[in-house]
Design a binder for this molecule. Structure first.
Ligand code: NAD
Length: 358
């Protein structure tokens, strides 16, 4: 069989997936099929602007459903699978790891099996073209001391949270499917993302949305945990680059070289809010900061060395942390109803159960 020009993305209604879908369709790269289960983290509203586009097909379903995945590959004959779908929140993985093992490990296994069978049925020329792009995280590498060099592609895996362990397992499965079955897959490991459409349980949108409502800004432990931040639009451009020119069987680290402590991030968010909503009764917003008990096993520092992607494939991040964060705060200020919608119902319930008293 022959490939079409479409691509199949999984988890395209989530934070990074929806930014990628909007970016891809906006630039006219070809049709997309989006397979998403719509867990609490999936929000079709993110994609309302492309909902009626003939280039966009949405399928609500689970990546663990082998029959469904096989039928979608047969029906749409994509030239690539870009695998975003995951349970992605570390705190949730601590209180309920089962869903992480199921989606991140079993789900990736199911996709690999289906992609392999599909790949085997492709005509030779289309086998050259087909790619399986596995979107992963720098958390698989564990934690760094303040002086240690940044993670690079040869850094040994040392995952510390159930989330990181489940993503590490999925990376190993992908690697094995390349080496054992010749599946043309590529893995990317990216640092912390931020930007529009990020669910407000993650640090930056949580701080913005709490500060706007005058709620406390919970900072874990001493706030000195360091993360390397990348604007989500830069992640999308890196994935397009890797899909187009990356070498099969390789891993590419993706990062923007923006190491910041959590406390610095919260301080910068508050300074931007003071500037953009000076009339707020919560200005200065930093008064809302509240230190809370640290997360168990909290990794101290992540930092990504993205030189392989930069030198081999010529990719560069476009946004600095300052420009990207300003865009992000402005987006949340302009989209308050989005935040209200996603923070109602099931999410509120979970927050109450897990964060009451903090
Ligand atoms: P997210 O939680 O915002 O979105 C995940 C999406 O996957 C949701 O739309 C959800 O409905 C869907 N999904 C979950 N389980 C599913 C299942 N069983 N079947 C089908 N769909 C399912 O996550 P995100 O932040 O957009 O992350 C996307 C990917 O990027 C993940 O694989 C994550 O590990 C990776 N990543 C994230 C970051 C980050 O900072 N957010 C950094 C590096 C890598």
């Amino acid at each position: 069989i022959a490939c079409s020009d479409s691509i199949l993305v999984t988890g395209g209604a989530g934070f990074i997936g929806s930014n990628f879908v909007l970016d891809w369709l906006g630039a006219g790269h070809g049709p997309i099929v989006n397979l998403d289960k719509l867990t609490y983290a999936g929000n079709p509203e993110n994609l309302a602007s492309v909902e009626h586009s003939p280039a966009y097909n949405f399928v609500q379903g689970d990546i663990c459903d082998a029959e469904l995945v096989a039928s979608l590959l047969q029906k749409y004959r994509p030239r690539a699978v870009i695998h975003f779908a995951a349970e992605s929140h570390v705190d949730r993985s601590i209180v309920g790891p089962e869903a992480f093992l199921r989606t991140n490990i079993d789900g990736t296994f199911t996709l690999l099996q289906a992609a392999h069978a599909y790949f085997e049925a492709l005509a030779t020329a289309d086998r050259e073209r087909f790619r399986f792009l596995h979107v992963s995280t720098d958390e698989v590498y564990g934690t760094l001391t303040p002086e240690a060099p940044a993670f690079h592609e040869e850094t040994p895996y040392a995952p510390n949270s159930p989330y990181a362990a489940s993503k590490a397992a999925s990376d190993h499965l992908v690697r094995a499917w390349v080496h054992t079955y010749g599946l043309p897959a590529i893995i990317t490991n990216c640092s912390n993302n931020y930007g529009p459409y990020q669910f407000p349980e993650k640090l930056i949108p949580l701080m913005i949305s709490n500060a706007l409502q005058g709620k406390s800004l919970p900072v874990y432990g001493d706030g000195q945990q360091v993360r390397d931040w990348l604007y989500v639009g830069d992640h999308a451009s890196a994935l397009r680059t890797v899909l187009g020119r990356g070498r099969v069987g390789e891993t590419y680290n993706i990062g923007g070289g923006n190491q910041r402590s959590n406390l610095e991030v919260v301080t910068t968010v508050c300074a931007l809010l003071d500037e953009l909503v000076p009339q707020s009764k919560f200005t200065p917003h930093l008064q809302l900061l509240k230190y809370v008990t640290d997360r168990p096993g909290h990794d101290r520092r992540y930092a990504i060395d993205a030189r392989k992607l930069e030198s081999e494939l010529g990719w560069r991040a476009q946004e600095s942390f300052e420009t990207g964060l300003r865009k992000t705060v402005e987006w949340y200020l302009g989209n308050k109803s989005w935040v209200e919608h996603v923070t109602s119902g099931a999410y509120q319930q979970w927050m109450k159960q897990n964060y009451s008293g903090r």
